[in-house]
Design a binder for this molecule. Sequence first.
Ligand code: SF4
Ligand code: SF4
Length: 89
Amino acid sequence: MRISVEEENCKGCLACELACSFHHTKEFSLEDASMRIFFDSEGGLNIAILPTCDLCLDERLPLCIEFCPARAIKLSKTNPYFGDKEKAV
Ligand code: SF4
Ligand code: SF4
């Protein structure tokens, strides 16, 4: 089971990154998040899930899913981003 993000529904609010960093560190620090939402030079939205994602196994729900206001994040068995180091930033 993996995390996937529906780019067409993502608003770029970064709530998932903040929630993820809190999961890892109990603080809000974007650099500690396993998820990266960023815009390319043409303004396109890009999303990467880093290998440090542990699926929030010690949480009731993955925090990125719980706190995404757009419901753009889902659990998936076929996430093309998961573990893709070329997409990691
Ligand atoms: S499942 Fe947890 S560790 Fe993985 S990206 Fe979401 S918040 Fe971060
Ligand atoms: S919380 Fe949801 S809408 Fe906000 S940046 Fe993350 S995936 Fe996109």
